[in-house]
Unconditional design. Structure first.
Length: 218
C-alpha cells in the first residue's frame, strides 16, 4: 500500500484496498456460506452502491500526472487488491472456525508479534538504523491497528461472521469518515463526486444492514 501511494497516489491505494471487500464478500456468501439466508436483492444493491461510493469518495484532483518508469508497476495496485482481500477473508475464516470469544484479545497480539519478528529480521539483514521516531511511530500506528482487528472480530461475531455485511459497512465507513475528516480538519475541498459518493455510502449501509436496523427499532 505504501509503495502504491508513492508510485501512484493516495486515491489509487485507497480504491485498491477498499474495493478488495468483494473478495471476503464472495467467500462469505459462496464458500463459507455464513448467514446467507438473510441476503436478498436489496442487500446486493447495497453492496454495489458501496463499491460505487468507494470510488466516488476516493476521487480527488491530484493535480499531477502519474508517470511510471516501468509498465509492471501497474500490477502493484492489483497486488494490494488481492492481498487486502486475502487478509480480510482470513480474519473472517479464523473468527468463524478457529477461535472463540476468549481468544479475540490474543489473536491481534499473535498477528503483530509475527509482524514484529518478521520486520526485525528484515531490519537486521539490511543493517538498518532504528531511530526513536521510528519506535514512536510504530507505537502510534500499532495501538489503533490492534484495536481495529479486535473490534473487527467482535463485529463479525455480532453479525454471525457474515463478512458480506461487515466488510462493505466497514470499508464504506472508513472512506466516508476519512472524507469528512479531510473536509473538517484539513479543510480539503469536497468535489461533487465525493458528496454523491457519501450519499451512496449512507444509502448502501442502510440497504446492507436494513434487517438489523428493523429488528433493533422494532
Amino acid at each position: 500500500m505504501a509503495f502504491t501511494t508513492q508510485k501512484f497516489n493516495v486515491t489509487v491505494a485507497a480504491i485498491s484496498s477498499k474495493m478488495s471487500m468483494v473478495i471476503p464478500v464472495i467467500f462469505s456468501l459462496y464458500i463459507f456460506k455464513l448467514d446467507v439466508s438473510r441476503f436478498n436483492a436489496i442487500n446486493f444493491i447495497g453492496i454495489i452502491m458501496a463499491l460505487i461510493s468507494i470510488v466516488l469518495c476516493s476521487m480527488k484532483s491530484e493535480g499531477k500526472k502519474i508517470v511510471l518508469k516501468s509498465k509492471y508497476l501497474f500490477f502493484i495496485p492489483v497486488l494490494v487488491f488481492f492481498a487486502t482481500g486475502t487478509i480480510d477473508t482470513s480474519i473472517n475464516y479464523i473468527n468463524a472456525y478457529l477461535i472463540d470469544h476468549s481468544q479475540k484479545l490474543i489473536i491481534p497480539i499473535v498477528i503483530f508479534t509475527a509482524a514484529f519478528l518478521a520486520g526485525a529480521f528484515i531490519l537486521l539483514l539490511r543493517k538498518a538504523k532504528i531511530r526513536v521516531k521510528d519506535i514512536l511511530g510504530g507505537i502510534y500506528l500499532g495501538i489503533p491497528n490492534y484495536f481495529s482487528i479486535y473490534f473487527l472480530l467482535l463485529a463479525l461475531s455480532h453479525f454471525n461472521n457474515n463478512g458480506a455485511v461487515v466488510y462493505p459497512i466497514l470499508n464504506v465507513g472508513i472512506i466516508v469518515i476519512s472524507s469528512m475528516a479531510a473536509f473538517f480538519i484539513f479543510h480539503e475541498r469536497l468535489h461533487k463526486s465525493n458528496i454523491i459518493g457519501m450519499l451512496f455510502a449512507i444509502t448502501a449501509i442502510f440497504l446492507i444492514s436494513y434487517q438489523d436496523i428493523i429488528v433493533y427499532f422494532s
